[in-house]
Ligand binder design. Structure first.
Ligand code: FAD
Length: 333
């Protein structure tokens, strides 16, 4: 007999809530529309001995067919300009707001600084989890603080940038999955603003370019380069760009590489995958995008197993050919 828990939907369908479009269900699920729901939700979880995990847009998740726990769909809404501080304007945004909508809104308000991060799918609350980044900017560059509910200590806490321990696609929140439920993020948009045009694809823009022009260009480049997850399910980059000792990078002829401050070198994972012969490769319903070798796609009917097998094949192929270990970017949940 199926158990019922008050206020929660049993056998909650997560298929429409992950951008890969993998079939998945949670034991229970609910939408979080008010912070006041949190304590009761955690009481229910404790009494039923089920873990709680927050879901945003599901754009950085590889879903197993079943999550034995309570899926909390982040639906907190709200945005406000908090005020000026030395070096910038503070803007506070609720965790359930759509990231790209917020980028568009700030740019239209004349509050510039997020434009390089245009068109990244997902919610504002998930942005600090992986310290989202693109076109030469990462969230940490525009971050002031965040508010979260600590599910262990059962109280709201505020995190500064240093406390979030941001690094390349990393933060404290990835190290303690499920502990903190981020409810809002406060961004600092720089005053004065200066464009960041160092990255390929936007480096041809004039230094006089404003944020609306940069946003339009970033959107155009992304739309041309990446498959649209609404048309062909995907989670963006499936692997991190590997950071390796300089000696390994030197031994791979022609690989695009980016020297790091500590002497190591970041390599293009897409180049390695393409050279290893996987671009366009298919396995079951899953495949490597024809457009971008770093993106695994759902050609229709892909299962978790298909994605796991394809990803394993790519990792071992790249390792055999180049001696480089690829690490998966999205979380398997
Ligand atoms: C086409 C495409 C392009 C992409 N491009 C980029 C890119 O350029 N740069 C980049 O960095 N990423 C990129 N991504 C990855 C993804 O969009 C980001 O990681 C995004 O921030 C995930 O947001 P989400 O709401 O979908 O999070 P989810 O996938 O729902 O969740 C991701 C993780 O965050 C946790 N989480 C979510 N919300 C909260 C919360 N409120 N509190 C605590 N934990 C939470 C979840 O439990 C999970 O562990 C791309 C993805 C796609 C599909």
């Amino acid at each position: 007999m199926m158990i019922q828990l008050p206020g929660l939907t049993a056998d909650f369908d997560l298929s429409p809530h992950n951008t890969f479009g993998l079939p998945a269900h949670a034991s229970f699920g609910t939408f979080l529309e008010d912070e006041a729901q949190i304590p009761e939700l955690l009481d229910t979880a404790a009494s039923s001995a089920l873990p709680v995990r927050v879901f945003g847009g599901g754009s950085n998740l590889v879903m197993r067919p079943r999550f034995e726990g309570i899926a909390v769909l982040m639906a907190l809404r709200g945005r406000k300009i908090v005020g000026e501080e030395s070096g910038g304007t503070l803007v506070e945004i609720a965790a359930g707001e759509n990231w790209d909508e917020i980028v568009g809104w700030t740019v239209n308000q004349g509050l510039w600084g997020l434009e390089n991060l245009s068109l990244i799918p997902g919610t504002v609350g998930a942005a600090p989890v992986q310290n989202i980044g693109a076109y030469g900017i990462e969230l940490a560059d525009r971050f002031n603080s965040l508010r979260a509910y600590d599910t262990v200590e059962r109280r709201f806490v505020t995190f500064s940038a240093a406390e979030c321990r941001f690094a390349y696609r990393q933060s404290l929140f990835k190290q303690v999955p499920g502990r903190y439920l981020i409810t809002s993020v406060c961004l600092r948009l720089p005053q004065p603003w200066a464009p960041v045009l160092t990255y390929s694809g936007i480096d041809h823009l004039p230094s006089s370019a404003g944020a609306p022009e940069i946003r339009a260009q970033v959107i155009a480049v992304r739309q041309a380069k990446l498959p649209d997850w609404r048309v062909q399910g995907n989670v963006g980059s499936f692997f991190h760009n590997p950071i390796v000792p300089a000696g390994i990078a030197d031994a791979i002829e022609g690989v695009p590489h980016y020297p790091q401050a500590d002497g190591s070198v970041k390599l293009s994972a897409a180049w390695l995958i393409e050279r290893a012969g996987f671009k366009g490769h298919r396995l079951g319903g899953a495949g490597v995008s024809e457009r971008h070798a770093l993106v695994l796609v759902n050609h229709g009917g892909a299962t978790f197993e298909d994605v796991q097998q394809l990803s394993g094949l790519i990792r071992s192929g790249v390792h055999a050919q180049f001696g480089v270990t690829l690490v998966q970017e999205p979380e398997t949940m």
